[in-house]
Design a protein around this ligand. Structure first.
Ligand SMILES: Cc1cn([C@@H]2O[C@H](COP(=O)(O)OP(=O)(O)OP(=O)(O)O)[C@@H](O)[C@H]2O)c(=O)[nH]c1=O
Length: 611
């Protein structure tokens, strides 16, 4: 991707956004930048009259915000971040600088001034590079500003007050937010829209190009010859990024003398034209590092970091370390990695969960994937270590290994149940509603484990009675997955083995994430048992992640690999599932997707079992 080399230059640095503005945070994170947020405590009270232009004021305020954060962080742990970014947005009209309104009257005064006219929005930005040596903090400041012209329509008093009463103006320069309701006030915009919202992303990227990838000498010569500005597009950055020479932060760049070509050998080509080296492989490097990210997530889950922070966050690293009984240094690093992975947030008061982490990574809660993560950490991780032999020898390599049977030991079984419970809860609604199942009044979820899908089916279809049929040693533990005294309506559990025992009577049979666990002969055996139990007009619902070309390769990748490392089971394509159902007397086979990872196949039992 063309842009990634620019932002990629900051990926391996500790970057801090010295701003409390949620808009700035969003703009930068959507651009792929990884950073911590440390709002500045600098009071925005510089004497405006002392500045020759409004933007000089915005730049200075941005700089002071960033400097305050850099020196505070340095003082605190004698380790300043590598880069601190500060910004300040102001609105100007008729020589007047408008910042955030103090109250509703103030907002009204501002909006009345802007009404029907064109005004300027300036954002000043400061990028500070910090370097601490022997306890001393050295800082290089790079600063710039961007101007955007915004014209308001003629607006009625009523509309202005309605807008003010919405509360939106209060934390925004000029008393409006162009990205939300305030967009209705705006007739036209000349310049960078994001600059109005709070951060001039385009100019920022160009600045990064200047700082980290000054053009090579031959580019400068060619450019001069063609009289095109030296660095004006991100593409130049991506091109310049691959060579060793010319990349990396340069003091010259930071000081603003960025048009200099760096010294160093340049490789001339044969025709006097410089060949474009290949783009910098940022995505590939991320891929190489991917396993570390998974392991960091697994470890934080195992140590219950997300539980601790859900209950008591935000907390400092030292407090988290105490609570999880781990070293302060190790915990601090793990927490910082979790921040970089977008699982935690770091502010002045300490580390806190993101919503994603609280919802899915803490061990309790309807959407918890904690058990699923633990299963991957303790089981899948080990199994995938053997991927090389599986690839060399095919799935028989896995067959030679004693299969990890989830029902072999109590602990392993419970771990597997927790994984399935979390995952099924997350997708149960999508599965239950993938088809209209209201014509059925009874269903049997074969291998339905803790009843997470059965419960959703009963909830979705008020006439439906659902039986969960699973091994006795599984049913025995079901109550520990539900609140005490749980007595679900129209849902009951029957112990049994679907290969040996009679299947409970039902109009609809469900096989959710079951078939991929079994080799073809066992799948046929199971389907023929289901087919014999199912009355004509009854249904079979199969839920699987199919190997399917329609789905993005990425989403079906784990399934493709699982098939290699699993001893007996295998993943199948949708065509195979259709054909399997057909072979066992199910007609009108339909397919739907439940979310982006699951396929649901529904067939109706024909009156004759002949294919
Ligand atoms: C014109 C306009 C402004 N804003 C917001 O106005 C705040 C300006 O104030 P600031 O002093 O630059 O920033 P802050 O919010 O106080 O944060 P900080 O960086 O900590 O000073 C920033 O939020 C901007 O997004 C919008 O969201 N939309 C708009 O259309």
């Amino acid at each position: 991707m063309v842009l990634s080399p620019v932002i990629g230059k900051l990926l391996h640095k500790r970057v801090v956004l010295a701003s409390a503005s949620p808009r700035r945070r969003e703009i930068l994170s959507q651009a792929g930048l990884r950073f911590e947020v440390v709002p500045s405590r600098f009071k925005e009270k510089l004497d405006k009259a002392a500045f020759p232009t409004p933007y000089a004021y915005a730049i200075e305020t941005a700089k002071q915000k960033a400097l305050e954060v850099a020196s505070r962080m340095h003082q605190k742990d004698l380790r300043a971040p590598d880069v601190v970014i500060g910004a300040d947005t102001i609105v100007t009209i008729g020589g007047l600088i408008l910042e955030k309104p103090a109250d509703k009257q103030d907002a009204y005064r501002m909006l009345s001034r802007l009404n029907g006219k064109e005004h300027s929005v300036f954002t000043g930005v400061a990028i500070i590079h910090c370097c601490s040596e022997d306890g001393q903090l050295d800082m290089d400041v790079c600063e710039f500003h961007e101007e955007t012209m915004v014209k308001f329509s003629e607006l009625s008093e009523d509309l202005l007050w309605e807008y003010i009463d919405s509360g939106e103006p209060m934390d925004k320069a000029g008393g409006y937010g162009i990205q939300a309701l305030g967009g209705m006030l705006v007739e036209c915009v000349r310049g960078d829209f994001l600059n109005v919202v709070g951060f001039p992303l385009n100019h920022f990227c160009k600045k990064l190009v200047e700082l980290y990838c000054p053009p090579r000498r031959e580019d400068v010569q060619r450019v001069k010859h063609e009289s095109i500005p030296a660095v004006d597009t991100f593409e130049i950055a991506s091109d310049a990024a691959q060579g060793d020479e010319g990349c990396g932060p340069s003091r010259a760049g930071v000081d603003g003398h960025s048009g200099q070509a760096p010294a160093g050998p340049q490789g001339p080509d044969t025709n006097g034209l410089v060949e474009n080296p290949p783009p910098f492989p940022s995505d590939l490097l991320d891929l190489i590092d991917g396993f570390k990210a998974s392991k960091a997530l697994f470890t934080a889950c195992k140590l219950k970091v997300f539980d601790v922070l859900k209950e008591e966050g935000p907390l400092k690293a030292v407090d988290v370390a105490r609570k999880i009984n781990a070293s302060v240094c190790g915990t601090g690093r793990l927490l910082d990695v979790c921040v970089a992975l977008g699982l935690l947030e770091k502010t002045d008061t300490g580390y806190g969960n993101t919503r994603l982490a609280s919802r899915h990574l803490a061990s309790e809660g309807a959407c918890s994937l904690h058990g699923f993560v633990a299963y991957h950490d303790e089981h899948a991780w080990t199994v995938f270590t053997d991927l090389e032999s599986a690839v060399r020898q095919g799935p028989q390599a896995a067959a030679g290994r004693p299969e990890e049977d989830p029902s072999q030991s109590r602990d392993r079984r419970l771990r597997f149940m927790r994984a399935m419970h979390g995952l099924t809860q997350l997708t149960a609604r999508q599965v239950a509603t993938a088809f209209d199942l209201s014509r059925f009044t009874s269903a049997c979820d074969l291998g339905g484990c803790t009843g997470a899908l059965a419960r959703e089916l009963a909830r979705e279809y008020p006439r439906l009675k659902v039986t969960v049929f699973d091994l006795p040693e599984v049913i025995e533990h079901v109550s520990s997955f539900h609140p005490e005294g749980w007595q679900p309506e129209r849902l009951h559990f029957v112990p049994g083995d679907f290969f040996k025992d009679d299947l409970p009577d039902a109009q609809l049979y469900v096989l959710s994430r079951i078939l991929h666990d079994w080799a073809d002969d066992r799948v046929h055996e199971l389907l023929s048992r289901v087919s014999r139990s199912c009355k004509p007009g009854g249904g079979l619902l199969v839920v699987e992640t199919a190997l399917d070309e329609r789905r993005a390769a990425r989403a079906s990748l784990p399934a493709a690999l699982n098939a290699l490392v699993r001893a007996q089971g295998r993943e199948r394509s949708l065509a195979e599932y259709r054909s399997l159902l057909g072979q066992h007397g199910f007609r009108d086979v339909q397919v739907a997707q439940a979310g982006d990872r699951l396929d649901v196949v529904l067939g109706t039992r024909a009156s004759s079992s002949a294919p």
